[in-house]
Design a protein around this ligand. Sequence first.
Ligand code: UD2
Ligand code: MN
Length: 393
Amino acid sequence: MHRARDRDRGWSCLPPCAQKMTRLLLGVTLERICKAVLLLCLLHFVIIMILYFDVYAQHLDFFSRFNARNTSRVHPFSNSSRPNSTAPSYGPAGAEPPSPSAKPNTNRSVTEKPLQPCQEMPSGLVGRLLIEFSSPMSMERVQRENPDVSLGGKYTPPDCLPRQKVAILIPFRHREHHLKYWLHYLHPILRRQKVAYGIYIINQYGEDTFNRAKLLNVGFLEALKDDEEYDCFIFSDVDLIPMDDRNLYRCYEQPRHFAVGMDKFGFRLPYAGYFGGVSGLSKSQFLKINGFPNEYWGWGGEDDDIFNRISLNGMKVSRPDIRIGRYRMIKHERDKHNEPNPQRFTKIQNTKMTMKRDGISSLQYRLVEVSRQPMYTNITVEIGRPPPRLARG
Ligand code: UD2
Ligand code: MN
């Protein structure tokens, strides 16, 4: 009744009621504002959470990549992650060595693919190379062009698991000019070949008669002192550059002779038992022949003695195809204090008798200095002089 009357008068209710209405309206508005604020807060929270998880995920990704990069550079040198590191295996000449098990690196994040064993014949090889020694060469240039080589001339492929760890040993004295060319050509070749390697220059101290084979024996022991994981040793003259990068610098099931065809020999093997220039033996092959002879002072004969040791111990030299095993030698005169050894012809007749007592087992030397250069490790060593009978020659 009252309401009808009020309606008639234009009132919906009496003044106290109007107050109530105003308060009610105010309350509703306030409630709406509160709801809106709450909703905004919720939205804000959701957005914050999304952003937070996104950044966190990026963080995780960054660290996993960072770790992966670190481990991929380090693992080929560490026992834990390098499969078969203490038990090297070798394939036959030119054939595929047994591949290491592709055990994934446990440090890697699940998002990163584990490294695969390096390809037997890496895809980055280019084959025939143009080798020349007329353009000037400097160690600065070699360094500039090989930024991936670490101190001491060491390198390991970052993108695959190398099959072996190779120490490259160079007998040396006063051949700095040749060394620059050797490093200039060999670092990129070895990198393309996916070799994990270290370069060691075995520098004979003093001016006594040169002894190539004894220096190489020293190199074997000193390289292992530096890194006991080396399982392959390549012995190279400082003046010899391969003309084809398919001549792979690694060890094989049988001792390897790499320098099959040299320019100075008309790119032919000079004789069937030739083992000079560049050769490679696994650690066990080297130990089986009691290393190299220590008693060849001056030029010649030591390479034939090594060939005899290999045959006498029931092994057979393996070689690359003649079209691939081609080399250029930097032209040079015979060095002072490296005159032909007049004893060499009789000595190589007696390898069978001498190899057991003369070799790595009887090696004596005095280490003068080990210095790590950016592109190689230099080992200067005093190896004595020939006994008086030989010195009179
Ligand atoms: C041949 C063989 C070499 C070895 C030698 C006989 C070739 C290409 N090489 O070399 O493997 O059997 O005969 O001993 O056929 N060296 C120095 N400073 C010296 C002397 C020698 O650094 O004062 C080093 C250097 O690494 C050199 C190597 O010894 O490349 C062999 O000496 P070489 O080059 O004078 O003798 P070569 O070319 O007749
Ligand atoms: Mn030479």
